[in-house]
Structures are given as structure tokens and as C-alpha cells.
Design a protein around this ligand. Structure first.
Ligand SMILES: Cc1cc2nc3c(=O)[nH]c(=O)nc-3n(C[C@H](O)[C@H](O)[C@H](O)COP(=O)(O)O)c2cc1C
Length: 139
């Protein structure tokens, strides 16, 4: 089973979640500037919301995915107010004809004075549980 974790994180919140997911499934989380080269059964893909949408680096990463190399994507992310509008990551992935896991994970991320300390240890525990479930359901 090949598993990969990629994320885009400006401030470090989403990286914390990516690291918790990666630890739970026994791989290393990498920034989305690192491409997926070989075949992957499950790609955990994370980002955040900046002014209402995901970052262009994450969009570019999705645009460069090779559908024949990626069997399934499970999305995760952090934001201050709400999940990505309309599941932007999932939609872009599906638009590349890559299947999306029914499991996803989202939590609050600190922004200015809001949600200080998030993601916290409880968020990261939930992220690890999400990773285990997404992996179990793939097998
Ligand atoms: C420039 C900027 C714009 C943001 N815009 C939004 C937004 O439109 N909606 C929202 O829910 N959160 C917004 N946030 C909050 C981030 O989504 C949140 O802090 C997130 O956890 C940041 O993740 P990161 O530390 O991995 O970059 C914004 C944060 C920044 C820095």
C-alpha cells in the first residue's frame, strides 16, 4: 500500500494536521511543491482557505497529478471560519478524474485573535483517527 501526504500551509496550521496524519499512517508529510512521482493508493491532500479559496500552489499541484498514478485522494484542511466553500479541493480532484474518499477532515486554524492554539491536541487526535479510517475503508 503506497500512501502519500501533501499539503500547502502558509502559517503552519495545516502542516501540523498533515504531520499528525502522516504519523498515523507511517509516512512523511511533504509540501505540495514535492510532486507525486510513482503510483499512490491513497493521497492525503491538505490546504487552507485564504480569502475564500485554496491557494494557487495547491491548485497547481492538483492540476499536475497524474490520474493513472493516484487511486484515491482524501482531503483535509484548516480554516478560521468554515470548510472550503463547496469542497474546492475535492471538486478540482474529481475534475481530474481522480476518485475522492468519502472521508475528509477539517478543523479550525488560528487566525489573528481567532481560534488561538488550534489545531490543538484534540484536533490532531481527530486528524489521526480520520487518517486511519480513510485508510481502512480503502483496503
Ligand atoms: C491571508 C489570509 C486569508 C484568510 N482568509 C480566510 C477565509 O477567507 N476564510 C476562512 O475561513 N479563513 C481564512 N483565513 C484563515 C486560515 O484559513 C487559517 O488561519 C488556516 O488555519 C491557515 O492555515 P495555514 O497556517 O496552514 O496557512 C485566512 C488566513 C490568511 C492568512
Amino acid at each position: 500500500m503506497n500512501i502519500a501526504v501533501r499539503y500547502y500551509s502558509r502559517g503552519g496550521n495545516t502542516k501540523k494536521v498533515a504531520d499528525a496524519i502522516a504519523k498515523a499512517v507511517g509516512v512523511e508529510a511533504k509540501d505540495c511543491s514535492v510532486p507525486i512521482n510513482g503510483p499512490v493508493d491513497l493521497l492525503f491532500l491538505g490546504g487552507s482557505v485564504y480569502w475564500g479559496g485554496i491557494d494557487k500552489n495547491l491548485k497547481q499541484f492538483i492540476a499536475r497529478l497524474k490520474p493513472e498514478n493516484v487511486k484515491c485522494v482524501a482531503a483535509f484542511g484548516t480554516s478560521a471560519l468554515k470548510k472550503e466553500p463547496d469542497g474546492e479541493t475535492e471538486k478540482l480532484v474529481e475534475g481530474r478524474s481522480i476518485p475522492v474518499s468519502k472521508h475528509s477532515f477539517h478543523c479550525r486554524g488560528a487566525f489573528s485573535a481567532m481560534h488561538k492554539g488550534h489545531p490543538d491536541s484534540s484536533d490532531l487526535k481527530q486528524a489521526a483517527a480520520f487518517a486511519a479510517t480513510a485508510l481502512k475503508d480503502l483496503k
